[in-house]
Design a protein around this ligand. Structure first.
Ligand code: ADP
Ligand code: MG
Length: 745
């Protein structure tokens, strides 16, 4: 014992106290004494002196050892008291021991005092230590219970075989099991089989490291549902060994669900085939998906930052300030057009942005609009040309009649010739207009495109002149096409003339032919194209080329950039109409200063080609037959009558189908030929009229005439120009020839 023993002497005899102290000092006990002899002194010493040990005489004048023992007991003061008395009474000894005295020593045998004192002290100290530990233990156990029984986390003690030694009450609301159920049966609460190894390893690691470890495990609710927990595991050590672990688990199912939900939502952006980006409030690009990166890479940039609209930061700030979306902002980069839409997310002060490459859809839109425009212009042109044809036929006819009169004055004859020439020119214009509007009569047959090119190549060469080199690169084994050779020639001539005009200082002109399978992908990029096998004609020049504004309009009738008198603006309109009529389409590539390539596609025919049909009309003599002429345009009717009369025929006239039927009823035996306009007002069309009459007289000869294409007026009707069909406007001679041919057929 290091410190001095604080020794309280309860002794009325000064001398006895001296003896005791001397005895102790002699035995080498170091102490600090205090002597009291009254209850008051004793009480004061207890609180002020705080003795380690009390030596008490049995009876004092005003106080007794028994009373002192009682005070100690009452005040729960744990200081050993040894009775030192002169009395030899057994009773006294027993009574004092009963009251809590530690030992009993007679004053006349003080020899035993030092050893008794030391053992008593030792005993009391051991006891005090035990009491302290016990209190601490009780306190910590109480604390554990307090926490375990009140927390919503799962608190459990598991043995190393994962059996529950203790389960907190919270197991009941969380897992549906009462704690007793869990501890009673081994493995009442199953861990997910996939995580049992993980759990055992975490326990092992917590035990070896003597530190708590975490892991995520799943436990099954009584209803069968698996719940996610985050568990903290710590070893409980007893004399250095551990038989069990404390596991505190927190239900994180909600968090897991949220995580899964987040992952799912993130996938929408991540795997979106369109670029998705997110901007922070200051305009910083915080997130972009793979598609955004791809888009940047397709423009030779490593990062989407490089392709953002210039004022992105300002747009982001504006969106957040106003809470309004900014939609369809267009940017152009490397010839591609992108559309950007910004959506503010006020809650998180972010702006989401979706981008799209709209180059293709813009192109398609333009092409579609172009096609629609051409169609409506075509309808307009056809309407005008149709009326014109009737008028021109009259002008031409009368000029012809004047010229055929023998006694005509020479100046008058000259004028008549001029009128006839002008009418011819006007007729060729309306013919072109009708070609454009696809209402020109087409006389298709199987032809070889290469052959047509060869046939006209001499003419083309003289057209382009010496300054332009003309090369042909025609593909061998080209399949035949179902086409009107005259129209194809017209297309070639028009394209070549344009090419020549684009190269006033000379250049090169290349005419190609090719065959090509058009697939879905091609159609996707060229909306005017169709699927199938096609024959192509390409005419390229090294001329001036065109800017976009010009390109947009070249197929419009009367659109020309050439000086007055040089261009009619009908060349390409005609080409357009002809190609459409042949179920084909045109593609143009051009740029200012880059030359121009026109490509024309028409369907390849699966049929083999027949020999060229060369029925050249011959000079037509007149005749004596009777002809019924049905025409609603009065002047034209008169003209036809006059022309035919002059040729010797007898002419009967009707202005409508109904009238014609009446005439027929009266003269059916005389009539040899019916010449009828196809389109007539008042119900009965030319075709219906002919059908009715033919029903009565099947071998009657019929000639139809119209300013429209056959597939417009009468699709699927078997007509051949010059034989049973006359295209308006027509020359008097052509009319006479057709009539003679028909009568003789
Ligand atoms: P025109 O030749 O009478 O002007 P077109 O319809 O043939 O009428 O052509 C319309 C316009 O298209 C031309 O005026 C010209 O501006 C343009 N064009 C046509 N072909 C070419 C070409 N090969 N190179 C450059 N410009 C062309
Ligand atoms: Mg032209």
């Amino acid at each position: 014992m290091n410190a001095k023993i604080r020794l309280l002497l309860l002794e009325d005899s000064e001398a006895d106290a001296e003896i005791i102290q001397r005895k102790l000092a002699k035995a080498g006990v170091e102490f600090e004494p205090l002597r009291v002899e009254t209850q008051a002194g004793f009480l004061a010493a207890l609180s002020d002196f705080q003795p380690d040990l009390i030596l008490a005489d049995y009876s004092l004048p005003q106080f007794t050892a028994l009373e002192a023992l009682r005070i100690l007991k009452e005040q729960r003061i744990d200081v050993p008291l040894i009775l030192v008395t002169g009395s030899h009474s057994e009773e006294v000894a027993v009574e004092c021991i009963k009251e809590g005295a530690d030992d009993y020593i007679l004053k006349d045998s003080l020899k035993r005092l030092p050893s008794a004192l030391l053992s008593s002290l030792k005993k009391s100290q051991a006891e005090r230590r035990r009491a302290v530990t016990e209190t601490a233990f009780r306190r910590s156990e109480a604390l554990f219970r307090l926490i375990a029984e009140n927390t919503s986390d799962l608190v459990a003690l598991l043995d190393l075989d994962l059996h529950f030694n203790y389960a907190s009450p919270s197991h009941h609301p969380v897992l549906g099991y009462a704690p007793e159920e869990i501890t009673a049966t081994s493995r009442a609460v199953p861990f997910h089989p996939e995580e049992e190894t993980l759990l055992r390893e975490t326990i092992k690691s917590a035990l070896t490291s003597r530190d708590s470890k975490r892991c995520e495990v799943r436990l099954r609710h009584k209803n069968g549902q698996w719940l996610f927990f985050e568990s903290v595991i710590g070893g409980i050590f007893d004399h250095g060994n551990s038989e069990q672990v404390l596991v505190v688990s927190r239900d994180i199912s909600e968090r897991k669900r949220a995580e899964q939900e987040n992952r799912k939502l993130a996938a929408f952006a991540q795997f979106n085939p369109n670029p998705v980006l997110e901007f922070a409030a200051d305009g910083d690009l915080g997130y972009f998906n793979g598609a955004a990166l791809e888009m940047a890479k397709s423009l030779q940039h490593d990062h989407p930052q490089a392709i953002l609209p210039q004022d992105t930061a300002a747009i982001v700030r504006m969106c957040l300030a106003t809470g309004e979306n900014r939609l369809h902002l267009q940017t152009v980069m490397k010839g591609r057009t992108f559309s950007w839409s910004f959506f503010p997310i006020l809650r998180s002060q972010m702006v989401h942005c979706y981008a799209e490459d709209i180059t293709e859809s813009l192109n398609m839109e333009t092409q579609l609009r172009q096609a629609q425009k051409m169609d409506s212009v075509g309808q307009l042109a056809a309407g005008v040309a149709h009326d014109f044809n009737n008028i021109l036929t009259i002008i031409q006819g009368h000029a012809g009649l004047m010229l055929s009169g023998e006694e005509i004055e020479s100046t008058l004859a000259d004028s008549a010739r001029q009128i006839s020439l002008a009418a011819d020119r006007a007729a060729s214009l309306t013919r072109q207009l009708l070609m454009f509007s696809r209402k020109q009569v087409m006389q298709p047959r199987l032809v070889d495109l290469n052959e047509i090119i060869v046939n006209v190549s001499t003419m083309l060469r003289s057209l382009v002149g010496e300054q332009v080199s003309l090369r042909r690169n025609t593909s061998a084994n080209l399949p035949p096409i179902h086409a009107d050779p005259g129209m194809v020639e017209q297309v070639l001539v028009n394209l070549v003339v344009n090419a020549r005009d684009a190269m006033p200082k000379g250049g090169a002109l290349l005419i190609d032919t090719f065959a090509m399978e058009i697939d879905e992908d091609y159609v996707h990029h060229h909306p005017q194209a169709h699927k199938g096998y096609f024959v192509g004609l390409s005419v390229s020049d090294t001329g001036s080329g065109m800017e976009v504004a010009t390109l947009d309009r070249i197929f419009e009738p009367f659109f020309t950039t050439k000086e007055i008198g040089k261009g009619t603006g009908l060349g390409l309109a005609t080409v357009y109409g002809i190609v459409k009529q042949h179920q084909g389409w045109i593609e143009v590539e051009s740029g200012l200063g880059r030359g121009t390539t026109f490509k024309i596609f028409v369907p390849a025919s699966s049929k083999a080609r027949a020999g060229p049909n060369g029925n050249k009309p011959q000079e037509a003599p007149g005749g004596k037959e009777t002809i019924l002429v049905v025409e609603d345009e009065g002047a034209l009717r008169e003209l036809v009558e006059e022309v035919l009369r002059k040729k010797g025929y007898t002419v009967l006239k009707a202005a409508t189908g109904a009238q014609a039927l009446k005439v027929w009823q009266h003269h059916k035996d005389q009539i040899d030929l019916l010449l009828t306009d196809m389109m007539m007002p008042e119900g009965v069309s030319g075709r219906e009229l002919a059908e009715k009459i033919l029903a009565e007289k099947p071998d009657l000869k019929v000639i139809y005439s119209s300013g429209y294409s056959l597939d417009i007026v009468s699709p699927g009707f078997n007509l051949t120009e010059g034989s049973n069909y006359l295209q308006k406007p027509y020359h008097p001679e052509t009319l006479a020839r057709a009539v003679r041919n028909r009568l003789d057929s």
